[in-house]
Design a protein around this ligand. Structure first.
Ligand SMILES: Cc1ncc(COP(=O)(O)O)c(C=O)c1O
Length: 497
């Protein structure tokens, strides 16, 4: 195929040039209504915001320019098929799991997955078989489970329908994808990938392998995170005969809006074009800038820029070095405070913070001058907050995740009781609680509150991080187990792993 083509973008431009008389939605009719946002961003943005007029195809039934653009995307990522997503990788993950794992069927997945995976379990009714990630006690972050742990779960749960792998994690850790796909396929299981943070992996050889190149069956990729598309624009990739077009299509029909944004679709078409022709060169430059920044940061007292060697040491198979992980050391501030200080006092916006670490995402838009600003800010902050020989109360949590006793869908649908967090020990959660970003739930529907998780939630609430939970007053939603038991049929739905 000719990757130089941008069929959807071209059709959109042509439609705008035609100066049609619009009587379809959206009712601003190509920017003909007054609007302060339009004044700010410019009329052209509104002109591009057309719905599904003739000539622009239909995302829910593509047979024209969207179909062509999706085929180019598939080829670019070495997939057999690509489905554009306009509600983020979250929607791709939900469709992927709904398409492959039905209620009461098992899926093997790492517990440090994103909330969209948990929501997919609620929607599909699947039974999660969690494989625990290696936990870095130094940074207090979860990395990848070992291949051996995956294999052990596959052998123990031979009827599982699929394994699910995060490639890479938010912090850049990756797994041996080729081997995992091989082991899964050998047992008749599917290999599914969350590549929310991996849109760039296919375009530079120094980066870890992408899921399609490792023969995964499906992968959801956030083109909007590191691929250069507009926010919410993602793609679901399919390869091989393990999953049919029909299965994915049917699931997407449940999830997708009937009014997809053409701004997002055009941004997918042109992001693919850019990556295909410029990705390699740009990412080579970005990797070099990142390595230089790491060297400079490592000379600043109080900070350690962690990279490939560190993560390989921690058990990662390979490492995505476009993630700039900065560890705090001997400072009188924690990661959350550093995150806020960087923005409030130095106008530097990081991706996320944890207790002892902040994360910068380097991507095709990264500029040297912005990296200089970050390094200079850290240098200044070091002068203010570095105290030699100060040590942190590290290694607080041995087991970061609570025990699951109920299928997430059953817990989600069970009768609710609202209790104080402190009184929740031993009770089954009905909610997912997480800090965002990264959006990895501390507890999910079906897991039991223990002291460890209660302490962690309380500690996060003290920081200025956004803690997503049902209520803001340290009460939580739990399963009203007495009421739940009144329906005798329910008893079978509780299990102890
Ligand atoms: C690991 C992971 N998976 C999935 C998602 C969901 O992606 P999206 O924001 O494109 O819906 C995210 C978002 O942060 C993520 O971090």
């Amino acid at each position: 195929m000719n990757q130089n083509m941008t069929p959807f973008l071209d059709a959109l431009k042509k439609y705008i040039d035609e100066e049609v008389s619009p009587f379809d939605v959206p009712g601003h009719h190509m920017g003909n209504a007054d609007n302060l946002f339009k004044d700010y961003v410019g009329e052209l943005t509104y002109m591009c915001d057309v719905n599904a007029p003739r000539g622009l195809d239909n995302l829910n039934h593509p047979s024209g320019v969207i179909d062509e653009a999706q085929k180019l995307m598939a080829e670019c990522y070495h997939a057999d098929e690509a489905f554009f997503l306009i509600n983020g990788t979250s929607s791709g993950i939900m469709a992927m799991i709904m398409a492959t794992v039905k209620a009461h069927e098992e899926i093997i997945l790492p517990r440090n997955c994103h909330k969209s995976v948990i929501n997919a379990l609620v929607l599909s009714g699947a039974i999660p078989v969690f494989v625990m990630p290696e936990f870095d006690k130094n940074l207090e972050i979860s990395n990848q489970p070992t291949v051996e742990d995956y294999i052990e779960k596959m052998d123990k749960h031979p009827n599982a329908k699929a394994i699910f792998v995060i490639n890479p994690t938010y912090f850049g850790a990756t797994n041996d994808l080729k081997r995992l796909a091989l082991e899964a396929h050998k047992r008749g299981m599917l290999a599914l990938a969350d590549e929310a943070h991996g849109a760039h992996l296919s375009f530079q050889d120094a980066l870890p392998i992408a899921a399609m190149d490792a023969n995964f069956d499906l992968s959801a990729v956030s083109m909007h995170k590191t691929g250069g598309a507009l926010t919410q624009a993602s793609v679901l990739l399919r390869k091989g005969n393990g999953v049919t077009h029909y299965d994915v299509f049917k699931a997407l029909m449940v999830i997708n809006t009937t009014s997809p944004s053409n701004l997002l679709i055009a941004s997918l078409d042109s992001a693919r074009h850019y990556l295909y022709f410029n990705g390699n060169e740009k990412l080579t430059e970005v990797i070099k800038m990142g390595n230089d920044a790491r060297k400079r940061i490592n000379c600043i007292p109080g900070f350690k820029a962690r990279g490939r060697e560190y993560f390989i040491d921690q058990g990662s198979y390979a490492y995505d070095c476009t993630k700039l992980v900065i560890e705090l050391e001997s400072l009188t501030i924690n990661g959350f405070e550093l995150y806020n200080i960087l923005k409030d006092e130095y106008n530097v916006q990081m991706e996320l913070a944890e207790q002892y670490v902040v994360l910068a995402i380097l991507a095709i838009g990264t500029k040297q001058e912005h990296l200089d600003n970050l390094v200079n800010a850290l240098s200044d902050i070091s002068k203010k907050y570095y105290v030699e020989k100060r040590s942190y109360p590290k290694y607080q949590y041995d087991s970061p995740f609570p025990k699951m006793v109920m299928r997430p869908r059953v817990a989600y649908q069970a009768p609710v009781k609202r209790v104080n967090l402190d009184d929740a020990i031993g009770l089954i959660s009905k909610e997912s609680i997480m800090i965002y970003p990264p959006g990895i739930p501390l507890i999910i529907p079906g897991e039991v509150f223990d002291q460890n998780i209660i302490d962690r939630i309380k500690q996060y609430k003290k920081t200025k991080a956004t803690v997503l939970m049902d209520y803001d007053d340290l009460t939580v939603s739990v399963v009203d187990y007495e009421q739940y038991l009144e329906n005798r049929d329910n008893v079978e739905d509780r299990f102890d792993d």
